[in-house]
Design a protein around this ligand. Structure first.
Ligand SMILES: [Zn+2]
Length: 333
């Protein structure tokens, strides 16, 4: 409940913002505080602090120690070339054979926040030990708004292997009707991931993995995302957010622009609370999953897919997620 009190202070006074930032582990001035492993960060407070403090180039003094990621290139097309049509077809064929569709329907836990300028949708991925309902109850107790558990109908109105904007095989889009990043003058939508997360989160190697998907371009940036016309920045954070979920993704829809993700308000938050391996997954799995959401994918129905709602050890993009993502962005919007 103390977290909720801090939330109210945060929006009340600039002093409170400074206090909140001061307790964030990894903040530039955190060494003067008593932050410890038991100090939890509310993800919304962290993001509010970022918005209040970030510089014009997208950098933030509160960013975690990146380790070697600070030197990662924006793209790595030599090691991660775009998938060809033939490769996509081969992935599709092998995925169809390997993936039993419908073994477990994907569940999504979301919080929806209506603001004066649009609607913000956050998807939380439940940690082991938390059913979606238990996680939803916890989020409500923390004061998150309009928390809902979304369970699609068994067939979801889509035949198992039908191709559409919303589904391909076991892959699902973030929403149906589909949501998407606009081209905004580029041949393909241009998404830059502005990484503020700690060294143990492999964002710099996950971004080029997703960039192999044709029709949408992803770039990696360490704590820097200067304005580029027609591009946008998706901010990626880590922190000790406490028990309940492994990662979250927030996407924002500006008023009057249904379906299109807004250039602002998109973020991913990766939870340091859990030892990913100890709970049956990997940090690469969680990072790949959340960045897949940020590009427009929803939960895969196959329980051993990287986009399945529960953490697992898969780190590849899966056989059908790239096909669906390339399909979503095969038209210019
Ligand atoms: Zn998810």
């Amino acid at each position: 409940m103390q977290v909720n009190h801090r939330s109210r202070w945060l929006f009340a006074t600039a002093t409170a913002i400074a206090l909140t930032v001061a307790i964030l582990p990894g903040a530039a001035h955190a060494s003067t505080t008593h932050a410890s492993a038991a100090t939890f960060i509310d993800p919304d407070e962290q993001y509010a602090a970022f918005l209040a403090e970030k510089k014009a180039d997208g950098s933030w003094a509160g960013s975690a120690d990146p380790g070697a990621k600070a030197k990662a290139p924006a793209t790595d097309l030599a090691a991660y070339p775009k998938l060809t049509d033939q490769q996509l077809a081969a992935m599709r064929a092998s995925a169809t054979a390997a993936a039993p569709v419908g073994a477990a329907e994907p569940v999504t836990v979301q919080s929806v926040q209506v603001t004066p300028t649009g609607i913000s949708v956050t998807t939380y991925d439940p940690a082991p030990g938390f059913t979606p309902e238990r996680l939803a109850d916890k989020l409500r107790a923390q004061g998150k708004t309009s928390v809902r558990v979304v369970r699609p109908a068994p067939t979801d109105g889509i035949s198992a292997m039908a191709a559409s904007d919303c589904a391909y095989g076991s892959a699902r889009s973030w929403s149906c009707p589909v949501s998407f990043w606009r081209n905004q003058g580029w041949e393909d939508p241009y998404v830059r991931f502005n990484d503020h997360s700690g060294s143990s989160w492999p964002v710099s190697s996950v971004v080029p993995k997703w960039n192999t998907v044709k029709n949408i371009d992803s770039e990696y940036r360490w704590n820097s995302c200067p304005a580029v016309s027609g591009s946008r920045c998706v901010d990626v954070f880590s922190g000790n957010y406490g028990a309940g979920w492994t990662g979250l993704t927030t996407l924002f829809y500006a008023s009057g622009s249904p379906g299109a993700f807004s250039n602002t308000g998109a973020k991913v938050q990766l939870n340091d609370y859990y030892d990913s391996v100890a709970i049956g997954g990997t940090r690469n799995n969680t990072t790949t999953h959340e960045l897949g959401h940020a590009l427009g994918l929803g939960h895969n129905t196959y329980s051993n897919d990287v986009m399945y709602y529960a953490i697992n050890k898969r780190e590849d993009l899966g056989g059908e997620n790239p096909v669906l993502l390339a399909s979503i962005y095969s038209v210019t919007r």
